[in-house]
Design a protein around this ligand. Structure first.
Ligand code: FES
Length: 259
């Protein structure tokens, strides 16, 4: 669906991270965790000025997005005011997080990879799953929105590279501690590729199924331009899939991490 949706709120949640909330009942009703939107970001050539943004939460008829403000387009988006209209194509992506029917899951997020997993956590809690989370960031300026998880009753362990919040180091440290304490039904992850690679390796080591959301550069967002291809593997070898239309969520064992 492509439509202009009304902005409810846009605000900065960290020095370089913005939150945008829009009223989008048609999308809120059908979107699944892991799906994303292609959002028009002002100026320039219309079709080239969209950004792929994970749908970070769904509350009633509202959709939330979290995104890095790092250029003219995302600055334009972050500057929207209540009542403005923003052109959004959503929901996009056919590979979504698939939750187990019961049990306990661990969500492992890194940096802006927090965005899609807030929606995932909302759905998991509503389904009655026990959810815990480990979150990794560069420093305290990149730790934000964890209160959204706490409101859902989800315990969050934080690791920062400089030790300014939580333990010093990478998210894999609290993840491994959690795996040692109790084997979860599944691990669900989003973050930079080196982190996903480490998470998939740990999941394999502990015999836990893992699903990862890939963050790729996207142009069309709908499988037409082949600008987002990633290598996946199966019993027949390696081949290519579009992150936008086949993903963005893949099974951990399927992703080829340049091994
Ligand atoms: Fe065009 Fe994925 S962004 S094929």
């Amino acid at each position: 669906m492509k439509k202009e949706f009304t902005v409810v709120e846009a605000r900065m949640v960290a020095p370089h991270v913005a939150s945008l909330t829009v009223l989008a009942p048609e999308v809120a009703e059908i979107c699944k965790p892991g799906q994303f939107a292609h959002v028009y970001c002002g100026g320039g050539v219309y079709s080239l000025t969209r950004r792929p943004l994970s749908i970070s939460k769904v509350e009633g008829d509202k959709l939330g997005f979290l995104f890095h403000v790092k250029g003219e387009g995302t600055k334009w988006l972050a500057d929207r005011k209540q009542g403005d209209l923003v052109d959004i194509m959503a929901p996009l992506g056919s590979g979504c997080y698939e939750l187990p029917e019961n049990g306990n899951i661990i969500i492992a997020a890194g940096g802006i990879g927090l965005a899609p997993v807030i929606h995932l956590a909302q759905v998991a809690v509503a389904k009655g799953l026990t959810v815990s989370m480990v979150f990794g960031a560069r420093d305290k300026d990149n730790v934000y929105c964890l209160e959204e998880l706490e409101r859902l009753g989800i315990p969050v362990q934080v690791a920062t590279e400089d030790g300014s919040v939580g333990g010093r180091g990478f998210v894999t440290a609290p993840l491994e501690r959690a795996l040692q304490a109790e084997k979860p039904t599944g691990i669900f992850s989003c973050g930079p590729v080196p982190m996903l690679k480490a998470v998939v390796k740990l999941a394999k080591q502990y015999g836990v199924p893992v699903q990862v959301s890939m963050e790729e550069r996207m142009a069309c967002g709908v499988g037409a331009c082949k600008g987002c291809v990633t290598t996946v593997k199966d019993a027949n070898g390696t081949h290519y899939k579009n992150v936008c239309s086949d993903g963005p969520v893949f099974k951990g064992e399927e992703v080829f991490f340049d091994e």
